[in-house]
Design a protein around this ligand. Structure first.
Ligand code: SF4
Ligand code: SF4
Length: 159
């Protein structure tokens, strides 16, 4: 028996989700193809980068273009920094080098759904410190799940 068509919006919502999913998969595939020759690993499932053309120092600066590891930034003939979003890996190197706060804005999402946003070198540095501290903590925890495990190896001597 033929399935009854739904007119409550559910069917179109499903088609919309399917289209979004398909275009996301295509985008990922395209990114993988472009990034593979560069040997660059992606750590984020997606993200967004914008540059404020009004505050950017442009041709007097260009530090972000030099800093980008994937050449996602380039100098446009119109006299501004262009972005090739397909090869931006949201690493933050450009924000770290930028001399103007809040000129480059990056938002990126990790596989666990965590979203990170930064637009100043200070915010980026604080974020990276936090990430590294968490990684160190996780490593120590994997070796010593409890204080007792630690003391078994490094019990202070009672001399
Ligand atoms: S976030 Fe990284 S990859 Fe993206 S434009 Fe900036 S430096 Fe290049
Ligand atoms: S580093 Fe910042 S100010 Fe300099 S060109 Fe890039 S976006 Fe503009």
């Amino acid at each position: 028996m033929e399935k009854e068509a739904k007119f409550d919006g559910t069917a179109s919502a499903d088609i919309f989700s399917l289209l979004v999913e398909t275009s996301w998969k295509e985008k990922r595939k395209r990114r993988e193809e472009l990034l593979a020759p560069l040997g660059v690993k992606e750590f984020f499932v997606d993200g967004k980068i914008t540059i404020d053309r009004l505050t950017c120092k442009g041709v007097e600066c260009r530090l972000c273009i030099e800093a980008c590891p994937t050449k996602a930034l380039y100098w446009k003939s119109s006299g501004e920094v262009g972005i090739v979003e397909e090869v931006c890996i949201y690493c933050g190197a450009c924000v770290l080098r930028c001399i103007v706060d809040n000129c480059i804005k990056v938002a990126r999402r990790r596989e666990n759904g965590e979203v990170e946003r930064f637009s100043t070198s200070r915010a980026f540095t604080v974020l990276e410190h936090g990430i590294n501290a968490r990684k160190r903590f996780d490593r120590v925890r994997a070796i010593f799940p409890s204080a007792a495990d630690y003391l078994k190896l490094y019990k202070p001597s009672m001399v």
